[in-house]
Design a protein around this ligand. Structure first.
Ligand code: NAD
Length: 297
């Protein structure tokens, strides 16, 4: 299986698809995601160098023989840092791992004349392997120059998904910004209401326990990263405001005490989900079964 082949290759390193590449410079390589990618590149036989926040006085030296530069710094500094990378060798590949794609891709295209590709790993730094994980990529310039990189990521076990930067960012408005924001607000609400959490858990059905876990896990992670993701674009705020307005409409529905209208609205959403409603019911049942089997009490 893929997991087994990952484990066995991981011991001896991965196959190197571009052994002639000059060094890979990871800007932000001491960070969480940066460390993971440094490790994967090193295990694949590449010469990896880190350009950390304290290294800019030596940047020319570190970047001089770069065959590829990968930017993985806090979102709010990404644009400024990419714009400093404007004297790379012409054949050098410039890539980034940022959770948003339009702005960094634009900055990379403006800063560098050579090959450019935007990557978004859809996982955090703590995964045991890349098997079954997805890496999204957005073509920037000269895709033929970085096909080996995409293939290298496949060798690590991940699936690649190509998308335009604009569509990516629109998707992330729902998948990341709105979802993390609603978890944040639910957490704020719980903290303010201050229920006895262990008692709530004791009273919980498996699905509510899972919902609590989905919310609670946010607060075990980095606040700055989530602030940056949620506040990364004005579209996110617009989306969140529309969601808020719909809460207001739904509350008005409750206040009117009109069950027939509630049932009507419910039916419209049911229609919108179509076949997915049943599919999701079955899928969540098997997930809940697994969660039940593995819950630590
Ligand atoms: P992090 O804070 O752990 O790492 C960022 C690193 O950048 C740090 O080592 C920091 O010292 C360094 N840095 C800051 N300023 C710098 C500068 N001027 N020059 C060089 N280095 C500098 O953050 P992270 O979680 O690893 O996130 C990095 C990127 O990865 C972000 O763009 C984020 O959107 C993306 N990302 C993160 C995750 C995740 O779950 N952590 C998932 C997908 C994508």
């Amino acid at each position: 299986t893929m997991r087994e082949s990952y484990a066995s290759e991981n011991d001896s390193g991965f196959k190197c698809l571009n052994p002639d590449l000059r060094s890979i410079v990871v800007v932000g390589g001491n960070g969480q995601l940066g460390k993971l990618f440094c490790k994967l590149f090193s295990l694949s036989g590449y010469d990896v160098k880190v350009l950390g926040s304290q290294d800019w006085d030596r940047a020319d030296e570190i970047l001089a023989d770069a065959g590829m530069v990968v930017v993985t710094v806090p979102i709010n500094r990404t644009d400024t840092i990419i714009r400093k990378l404007n004297t790379l060798p012409d054949d050098c590949i410039l890539a980034d791992l940022t959770s948003i794609k339009s702005e960094p891709l634009q900055a990379m295209l403006e800063s560098h004349n050579g090959p450019v590709v935007g990557l978004h790993p859809m996982f955090g730094p703590n995964i045991p392997s890349l098997a079954k994980q997805v890496v999204v990529y957005c073509d920037g310039r000269n895709p033929e120059a970085y096909q080996w990189l995409l293939e290298q990521i496949r060798i690590w076990g991940a699936t690649l998904h190509r998308i335009s930067a604009i569509e990516h960012d629109q998707g992330m408005t729902l998948i990341q910004a709105l979802r993390h924001f609603t978890s944040f607000v639910y957490g704020v609400h719980l903290a303010e209401e201050n229920p006895n959490l262990s008692q709530l858990i004791a009273l919980s059905s498996p699905i509510y326990r899972l919902e609590l876990a989905m919310v609670g896990r946010l607060f075990a992670q980095d606040a700055q990263l989530y602030a940056d993701i949620i506040m990364s674009s004005p579209q996110n705020l617009d989306m969140i405001k529309r969601f808020h307005a719909r809460f207001g409409e739904a509350i008005a529905l409750l206040e009117s005490d009109d069950k027939a209208e509630f049932v009507g609205a419910f039916g419209q959403v049911e229609n919108w989900f179509g076949d997915y409603a049943d599919r999701f019911l079955r899928e969540s049942q098997s997930l809940l079964q697994q969660a039940n089997d593995s819950t630590q009490r």
